[in-house]
Design a protein. Structure first.
Length: 444
C-alpha cells in the first residue's frame, strides 16, 4: 500500500497533520534563534565584544557555530537512520532550544571579562551541533509521512515553520524596541528574545515525544534492513547524489542567510536609519516574511503539479536576473522601495524553499536518507550559509560596495544551475525504499 493510499483515511490524515506540525515546530525554533540573533546582533556584540568590531564579532560567532553543524550531521544523521527519526528529533529540539535559552542568562563582558564571549561561543557551538541533525531529520520525517502526490504541499509546511520562526525572531525584538527603546534593549531587553526559546522548545519536545516513527523506517525495521553503517553506505553508493544536493544547497543557503539573517544589518547600515526609527527596517522585513508565508504552501502544491525541477530552475534564473534591480530599489531608501526590492528577492527564494523538503529527501533511499540530507545539507550550509552574513558584512564595510550581496546571490545561482539540471524529477513518485535499478552506476 502506498503512502498516498495510507493517507486516505481520517486517522492517517490526522496523524499526518500531527507529524507535520511536530516537525515544523523544530524548524520554527531553529529559525527563531537565527532571527533573534540577527536582529539583536548589534546588542550582543556590544555586550560580549565591546570595541570597534562589535557587530562583525557577533556575526563571526554566528559563522563559527556553523562549523559544528557538519559534526552534528555526522552524529545525528547516521543515528537517525539506525535508531529512528522520532527519537533523534526529540533530542535535537531539546539541545537546540536549551542552548538558545541559556544565551539569555549569560553574564556579559563587563561582568566576567573574556569568559563571557567564550560562554557565548560555547552556546552557539552546541546550537550549531544540534541543528546539524534538526532540519534534515524534520524534512525526512515529513517526506516519509506525506502522500506521494501531495509531498510538495505537506513539505512546504516545514518551511512555513521556518518563516514563522524568523518572523517571530524579528517581531519580538521589534516590539521590545518600540516599547523599551534602544537603551533598554542594550541594557537588558536583548535577553528576552533568547529566553522565549525555552518554552517554545518545550512545546516542540512535548509534541515530538508523542509521535511514532515514520512508516518507511518501521518497514525497514520490520524487514531487518536498517543500515548498520549508513555513513559508509552513503559515501560508497550515493556520493554523486550527495554532491548534487550540496550544489543546490549552496544557492538555497546563501539566499536564506542573506535575505533572512543579514538584511536587517544591511538595511540599517545602507539606509542610515536614525536612532529610534528601526521600524523603517523592521517593517519591510516583516512584510517580506509575511508575503512568503502567504505563497509558500501554494508554491509547494504547485511543485506537485508541475514538478520540483521547473521551480528550482525558475528560482535560479530569478536570482541571476533580479538581485541588481532589487538592491537598486532598496538603495532608494523609502519603505515602499525597500519592500519592493525585498519582494523581488523573495520571489526567487520561495520557489526554492517551497518544494525543498519534498525534493532533497527523495534523492536517497530510506536506509541512508536521514544521513544523506543532514550531511550534504549541513556541509554546504557551514561553508556558504552561516558565513553569508559575515562575508556580506565584511566586504560591504571594507569596500563600500553596497551591491556586493546582489553579486553574491547571482554567483550562487550560476553555481546551482549545474546540479539543478543534473537532478532527477521526483514529483508524484514514491520515495525510494531500496536502491532502484536506475540508481547511480556506483551503486550497482
Amino acid at each position: 500500500m502506498t503512502s498516498q493510499e495510507k493517507a486516505e483515511t481520517p486517522e492517517q490524515r490526522a496523524l499526518l497533520r500531527r507529524a507535520v506540525g511536530a516537525a515544523a515546530i523544530g524548524n520554527t525554533t531553529e529559525w527563531y534563534d537565527f532571527g533573534v540573533y540577527a536582529y539583536v546582533a548589534a546588542y550582543v556584540g556590544h555586550q560580549f565584544f565591546p570595541g570597534p568590531w562589535e557587530t562583525v564579532s557577533a556575526f563571526g560567532v554566528f559563522a563559527i557555530s556553523f562549523l559544528f553543524r557538519p559534526l552534528g550531521s555526522l552524529f545525528f544523521g547516521p543515528l537517525g537512520d539506525r535508531i529512528g527519526r522520532q527519537k533523534v528529533l526529540a533530542l535535537t529540539i531539546l539541545l537546540m532550544s536549551g542552548s538558545t535559552f541559556v544565551i539569555g542568562l549569560l553574564p556579559t563582558y563587563d561582568t566576567i571579562g573574556i569568559l563571557a564571549p567564550m560562554l557565548l561561543l560555547l552556546c552557539r557551538l552546541l546550537q550549531g551541533f544540534s541543528t546539524g541533525g534538526e532540519y534534515g531529520g524534520a524534512a525526512t520525517y515529513i517526506a516519509e509521512f506525506a502522500p506521494d502526490r501531495k509531498r510538495g504541499f505537506w513539505g512546504s509546511w516545514l518551511e512555513f515553520g521556518t518563516l514563522v520562526g524568523f518572523g517571530l525572531g524579528a517581531l519580538v525584538p521589534t516590539i521590545l524596541i518600540l516599547n523599551i527603546g534602544t537603551d533598554g534593549m542594550a541594557d537588558w531587553g536583548w535577553r528576552i528574545p533568547f529566553l522565549i526559546a525555552g518554552p517554545l522548545g518545550a512545546v516542540g519536545l512535548y509534541l515530538r515525544s508523542k509521535l511514532e516513527d515514520t512508516p518507511a523506517f518501521k518497514e525497514l525495521e520490520a524487514t531487518h534492513e536498517v543500515a548498520k553503517s549508513p555513513l559508509k553506505d552513503l559515501l560508497k553508493e550515493w556520493w554523486r547524489q550527495l554532491l548534487i544536493l550540496m550544489g543546490i544547497v549552496v544557492l538555497i543557503n546563501i539566499a536564506n542567510y542573506t535575505i533572512l539573517t543579514y538584511m536587517e544589518t544591511y538595511l540599517k547600515d545602507t539606509l542610515s536609519v536614525p536612532e529610534g526609527q528601526d521600524y523603517q527596517v523592521l517593517v519591510p522585513l516583516l512584510l517580506t516574511v509575511l508575503f512568503m508565508m502567504v505563497i509558500i504552501t501554494p508554491i509547494g502544491a504547485l511543485s506537485d503539479r508541475v514538478g520540483r525541477k521547473p521551480l528550482f530552475l525558475s528560482a535560479a534564473i530569478c536570482f541571476i536576473v533580479l538581485p541588481i534591480p532589487a538592491f537598486l530599489l532598496i538603495a532608494q531608501g523609502t519603505v515602499l522601495t525597500t519592500v519592493c526590492g525585498l519582494a523581488l528577492l523573495a520571489i526567487g527564494h520561495v520557489q526554492l524553499i517551497g518544494p525543498l523538503a519534498a525534493t532533497l529527501p527523495a534523492m536517497f533511499p530510506t536506509k541512508v536518507r536521514y544521513a544523506a540530507f543532514c550531511i550534504g545539507y549541513n556541509i554546504s550550509t557551514a561553508a556558504f550559509g552561516g558565513t553569508a552574513p559575515l562575508v556580506n558584512d565584511a566586504v560591504v564595510k571594507s569596500t563600500g560596495n553596497t551591491m556586493f550581496p546582489a553579486y553574491y546571490l547571482m554567483g550562487a545561482a550560476l553555481v546551482a544551475l549545474v546540479p539543478i539540471l543534473l537532478m532527477k524529477e521526483t514529483a508524484g513518485k514514491p520515495l525510494m525504499q531500496h536502491a532502484p535499478s536506475e540508481a547511480p552506476s556506483s551503486a550497482s
